[in-house]
Ligand binder design. Structure first.
Ligand code: K7E
Ligand code: CUA
Length: 623
């Protein structure tokens, strides 16, 4: 049934990049349908059984994080982060409204799990907001967003994040956009090269609470920083980002920023940056210590990488770093041991704005001809790397160095397998690829276009994700699932690595407005301020009658006194754009002003019992 539409004649690689799913580059095959029976058996999770892994998908411009199970690919939960979400009442109560601040959306790209000693520790999930320069922390104890930091000062376009260091000391961030700094300063766009700057930021994470603060920043030229990764092993204490637009242009970028043969990767010594701040070598800008790398040697180096790269990924050993240039059909593999030596020996090729450029020839291990439009690379911990090929709509598997002489002579020979995906893959994820111990069992391909692979739903189409078994000598396609726009990256976590709570223990609820008995509930008034302490229990609200006057300021503190799993109540107030959802043992607060006279029913929005429908009351507003 599936047909690939040829929409463009692919004359050049650039044209192919612009094309959607139309080109038939060399190596592409007809869509794989998979061996149905064996694939079905591998992904089937029988009713009552559970998946083996969590998949945390970024929700892109939905501002959310999606949670699915692997291998079933079933969607289990949506964690609202940067956008209100009525299903869980997020963004309606005072607590979550305060976190969202003045924004109602975010653009989530790269979830990053917290780590201890280079392995996932199951504590937190960090996600970035490219649009409003924020970063959030989801607590995996209860799968709730607990902090949103930002907008980060001096940082515009928080795309190059969230990259977590080996012991979650920092979540590292690099800017996609450059602006005149500090933010709020005006400079004409024609002065882009001199007046605009990018930034690398170290977001410090409190090791106990997870609370994030802006630690320090490193000023950069106005390149557009792209994807990054953190080091480990020999590259412990370092972090890497690719960039596009080393031309430092500001208009018609698709042409102007692709003139040079090479762009730069940033090689950042974040431990040195931390030390430089301690040593007083930073200058305060908008409340943050900012390091000028031209004045503080040792914190930042540039490394030339193929034209318009997108991703740069450190392998589980920490020695090999793979950077892909979208406009060249190769992935460059760099040896961090050689990078360290080049830095020590000052094997540089000049400098850009006082930042040394590491000599490419001194540190390159090889350019693997993976295929067209390489973006991101993941690792299975068994010596294999997997690179997503956007233009070719495929995943290439290749062997990491060390390579023997024959392999070095022809790096085509290190490519062991290639599997087509549908269509135009962006990121791909292997569980634990960014740790010292990848799981190496499944790969999820996150494809940008799903066209024709699902029942038609009109013009607004979902994204497709494909589950690929990488445990054998050949990659095999197992399953295909859909999500709303738009997963970029994801993280996979072994299910038994966490044990989320399902009820907030009563003893933990320290909210002074919490009430646990109907007798404690009630309405109090002070002037025009009305305070309601409300109990929600199967199947009633106490009080279920609230009488106020027009102009009163009403605060409702509602406590769900249930201590049973899945006993959730919601408080929806008719025609008040209000829905508070309260989990068992939780207290939430809503505030509003009674602006209109009338009698407004309120009711429980979460189906909680046979008498759920009866769980209702009235807000009576006297003129
Ligand atoms: Cu490749 Cu934002 Cu990581 Cu999308 S980015 S694909
Ligand atoms: Cu409480 Cu429905």
């Amino acid at each position: 049934m599936t047909t690939r539409l040829t929409l463009f004649v692919c004359g050049s690689l650039t044209a192919a990049l612009l094309a959607t799913a139309g080109c038939n580059p060399p190596g592409a095959t007809t869509p794989a349908k998979g061996d149905t029976a064996s694939a079905a058996a591998k992904t089937y999770v029988a009713p009552g059984e559970k998946d083996e892994y969590y998949l945390f998908y970024s929700g892109g411009h939905s501002g959310q994080v999606y949670v699915a199970g692997l291998p079933s690919m079933r969607h289990i939960s949506t964690i609202p982060v940067f956008a209100p979400y009525p299903a869980t009442g997020y963004g309606f109560d005072e607590e979550s409204r305060a976190m969202l601040g003045r924004f109602t959306w975010g653009d989530v790209h790269h979830p990053g799990l917290s780590q201890t000693e280079g392995k996932y520790d199951g504590r937190w999930l960090f996600v970035n907001d490219n649009a409003n320069n924020r970063i959030a922390r989801v607590d995996l104890r209860d799968f709730k967003t607990r902090q949103i930091l930002g907008p980060i000062p001096n940082s515009s376009g928080n795309h190059g994040s969230s990259f977590v260091t080996e012991n979650s000391e920092y979540v590292l961030v690099a800017t996609r956009f450059s602006v005149p700094l500090p933010k709020g300063r005006y400079a004409d766009l024609s002065t882009y090269k001199t007046e605009f700057n990018g930034m690398v930021s170290g977001i410090k994470v409190n090791p106990t609470s997870g609370e994030m603060t802006v630690g320090w920043q490193i000023l950069t030229p106005p390149f557009n920083w792209d994807l990054g990764s953190t080091g480990k092993g020999p590259s412990s204490g370092w972090a890497f980002w690719t960039s596009y637009n080393s031309e430092m242009e500001h208009e018609t970028l698709e042409a102007t920023s692709t003139q040079g043969e090479r762009d730069y990767a940033a090689i950042v010594n974040w431990r040195a940056a931390e030390q430089a701040v301690k040593d007083g070598k930073a200058t305060m800008m908008d409340g943050v210590p900012v390091i000028d790398p031209a004045k503080v040697p040792g914190v930042l180096y540039f490394l030339p990488v193929p034209k318009s790269p997108h991703g740069i990924d450190t392998d589980p050993s920490g020695r090999w770093i793979a950077a892909s240039g979208k406009l060249q059909p190769v992935t460059s593999v760099f040896d961090f041991e050689k990078i360290k030596k080049a830095i020590a020996d000052k094997t540089f090729d000049g400098e850009v704005r006082g930042v040394p450029v590491i000599k490419h020839a001194a540190v390159i291990e090889g350019e693997v001809p993976v295929g067209l439009g390489p973006l991101h690379t993941q690792y299975d911990g068994k010596g294999n790397a997997y690179t997503s090929l956007y233009v070719e709509s495929a995943v290439a598997r290749w062997s990491l160095p060390p390579w023997n002489d024959a392999q070095k002579k022809d790096l085509n020979t290190v490519i062991s397998d290639k599997i087509p995906v549908h269509f135009n893959i962006g990121h791909l994820v292997i569980g634990g690829s960014d740790t010292k111990a990848p799981y190496g069992q499944y790969l999820v391909a996150m494809n940008k276009l799903s066209k024709g692979r699902h029942l038609s739903v009109g013009p607004s189409q979902p994204e497709s994700s494909q589950l690929i078994d990488i445990s054998g000598s050949k990659m095999t396609m197992l399953y295909e699932a859909y999500t709303e726009p738009e997963p970029h990256f994801a993280q996979i976590l072994k299910a038994d690595a966490i044990a989320p709570i399902e009820v907030y223990p009563k003893a933990e609820n320290t909210n002074p407005q919490a009430v646990w008995e109907a007798s404690q509930a009630g309405v109090t008034r002070s002037g025009n301020k009305v305070s309601v302490k409300m109990v929600a229990i199967r199947s009633r609200f106490v009080p279920d009658k609230i009488e106020v006057n027009v102009g009163d300021e009403i605060t409702i503190h509602v406590t769900n006194v249930e201590q049973t799993t899945d006993m959730i109540h919601g408080l929806g107030i008719v025609e008040h754009d209000m829905n508070v959802v309260v989990d068992p043992g939780e207290t939430k607060t809503v505030k509003f002003t009674a602006t209109r006279a009338g009698v407004f029913p309120f009711y429980c929005t979460n189906f909680c019992s046979a008498l759920h429908q009866e769980m209702q009351g009235y807000l009576a507003v006297k003129p």
